[in-house]
Design a protein around this ligand. Structure first.
Ligand SMILES: NC(=O)c1ccc[n+]([C@@H]2O[C@H](COP(=O)([O-])OP(=O)(O)OC[C@H]3O[C@@H](n4cnc5c(N)ncnc54)[C@H](O)[C@@H]3O)[C@@H](O)[C@H]2O)c1
Length: 508
């Protein structure tokens, strides 16, 4: 059954030698495989060959491999002039144009050329692997093999089981990936597969925060980078980098492919910004303005210096209130009784609730109340939320004390859940649902997102670190406030939060 991937003769065919195909061919030759490349466009394969040789030689110069290894790797690459030359391949991967009919036609033609047990793999990012396979005589040998750009740097690949894919196919692809130095993650053939599905939350919740007038793009990005979650880029920076012409289409497509699942709902402003050509970096204008490809920094509000005489934190016994009290200790008088004294400003730290409703429920004046996010503690950038009627003077006093140690503060309007709470809870919830739907294992979800999207933690790892019960509380409060099904907690999350066990806990 099928050729041995450890044989020195095992040959991988790569069709389409653009951005992705050349990267796949590069890791395959350095992984020890014989590689044949083909491109329909005249001269494209030659350019890819030159590129791959350059990359391999550079790796040798940097000491990542010896001269001899580089020479051997380069010698394993061969350009072929037609599909017939793929006859002896153990596996052929296509990275051609993203078009279902063209990919199906290619696989049909290949089936007449390659051996019965040659794997046909597709690097498609948005088409259904099952639909590509459905055009084949042997759909069981077809699988998705989804790499990320740039392939040599993002060392993860999704091995996608179509409806008809035989188990041995994914097993071979796993082994090939590892030889190429890539971590395979297994995923079912569902829209966005694993990484693009799990990555939705950052964009959709960021967009929702902007659409609702809670905060500006740079506020969301600053908090996601510096507020303790430690993302490398926030959602708007990411959209500007990828280009809204690309990420906007993906957003719409995944929402539609999941039959308008509200968790993936984009916002109307996205479509307008696409129509206006505000694509981001590549055109110099997106959510930010770019001069010479550099982002113009938004202004930080100048911090006031007058500290409040006294700050009441509450309610008593609340975890967030305790974090606030500890932070304020030694900086101002801290009150923790049932009610604030007449001279105090009031600080609360709700989870998934807004400042206005929190003040009303506690029976404190909304005019002198502010809320602070303590989800990630108060080491990094702080988020300060006002009620709908907070006095400006109260806000300034709160700002002064929060920034007294020179850590910056982000202001947001009232919201059920602060920026980090909303975005992280959404990310965790979507991944919990991926686990619930058995699209991938909890381990693969974390691995894929860390390697493919460079998140500082896997989504379920974020959930476990902060506590499943806390994430559940944020979502439940948001769901109660909005009545919007996008915030309903996944059964996977609800059960594990109630049981007090890790989100990695598999079903018995
Ligand atoms: N670019 C990405 O970030 C990315 C990431 C993951 C997956 N993908 C997927 O990988 C595939 C390729 O994307 P890309 O960005 O490398 O595209 P690309 O345009 O850079 O390269 C495609 C290459 O395929 C060749 N080609 C087109 N039709 C062909 C055919 N019928 N036979 C042989 N060669 C043909 C083209 O000449 C071109 O050189 C697509 O399915 C895409 O969805 C892209």
């Amino acid at each position: 059954m099928a050729q041995d991937v450890n044989s020195p003769d095992y040959t991988i065919g790569v069709i389409g030698t653009g951005t992705m195909g050349r990267g796949i061919a590069q890791i395959a030759v350095t992984g020890g495989f014989q590689v044949k490349i083909y491109d329909a466009q005249d001269g494209a394969a030659v350019k890819a060959e030159e590129f791959i040789h350059r990359m391999v030689n550079r790796a040798a110069e940097k000491g990542q491999m010896s001269e001899d290894e580089a020479t051997a790797a380069n010698s394993r690459l061969q350009i072929v002039s037609g599909l017939a030359e793929f006859a002896g391949c153990g596996m052929v991967v296509e990275a051609i144009v993203e078009n279902l009919d063209i990919k199906r036609r290619l696989f049909n033609e290949l089936e007449g050329i390659v051996a019965e047990d040659t794997i046909l793999a597709s690097n498609t990012s948005s088409l259904s692997v099952t639909q590509i396979a459905a055009g084949c005589d042997k759909p069981e040998r077809v699988a998705g093999y989804h790499f990320f750009n740039p392939v040599p740097l993002l060392k993860v690949v999704e091995v996608v089981d179509g409806q008809m894919t035989a188990p041995w196919v994914a097993e071979k692809l796993d082994a090939i990936s590892r030889k190429c130095g890539h971590e395979p993650v297994r995923t079912q053939d569902t829209p966005g597969f694993l990484v693009n599905h799990a990555g939705r939350g950052l964009y959709t919740e960021g967009a929702r925060i902007l659409a609702e007038g809670i905060a500006e793009p740079h506020n969301v990005d600053d908090v996601m980078r510096e507020g303790g979650a430690n993302f490398r880029m926030g959602p708007f920076e990411l959209m500007d980098t990828t280009g809204l012409d690309v990420s906007g289409v993906v957003m719409e497509s995944i929402y539609e492919q999941f039959y308008q699942e509200q968790r993936f709902k984009p916002q109307a402003f996205i479509r307008n910004r696409m129509a206006a050509g505000l694509y981001g970096r590549k055109v110099g204008r997106g959510f930010y303005i770019y001069n010479d490809n550099k982002k113009a920094p938004p202004e930080e509000p100048a911090p006031p210096t007058d500290l409040p005489e006294s700050v009441w934190v509450g309610p008593e016994g609340h975890e967030g209130a305790a974090v606030l009290a500890e932070f304020l200790d030694g900086k101002v008088d801290v009150e923790t009784g049932k009610k604030p004294s007449a001279r105090a400003i009031c600080m609360v730290a709700p989870l998934g609730r807004d400042a206005t409703m929190t003040a009303l429920d506690l029976g404190i004046e909304a005019e002198r109340t502010v809320a602070v996010d303590t989800l990630f503690g108060l080491e990094g950038r702080r988020t300060l939320m006002t009620t709908s009627v907070t006095d400006e003077g109260v806000r300034d006093l709160a700002h002064a004390v929060l920034t007294a140690d020179d850590i910056p503060v982000t202001f947001i309007h009232d919201s059920p859940g602060f920026i980090a709470q909303r975005v992280i809870a959404t990310i965790v919830n979507i991944s919990a649902e991926i686990a619930q739907m058995r699209i991938a294992t909890p381990e693969d979800i974390n691995k894929a997102v860390k390697l493919g999207l460079a998140y500082p933690k896997g989504p379920l790892e974020f959930g476990d670190t902060l506590g499943p019960a806390k994430i559940h509380a944020i979502l439940t409060a948001m769901h109660d406030f909005y009545g919007d099904p996008r915030y309903r907690p996944s059964p996977w999350l609800t059960r594990r939060a109630r049981l007090g066990v890790s989100l990695m806990t598999p079903e018995a």
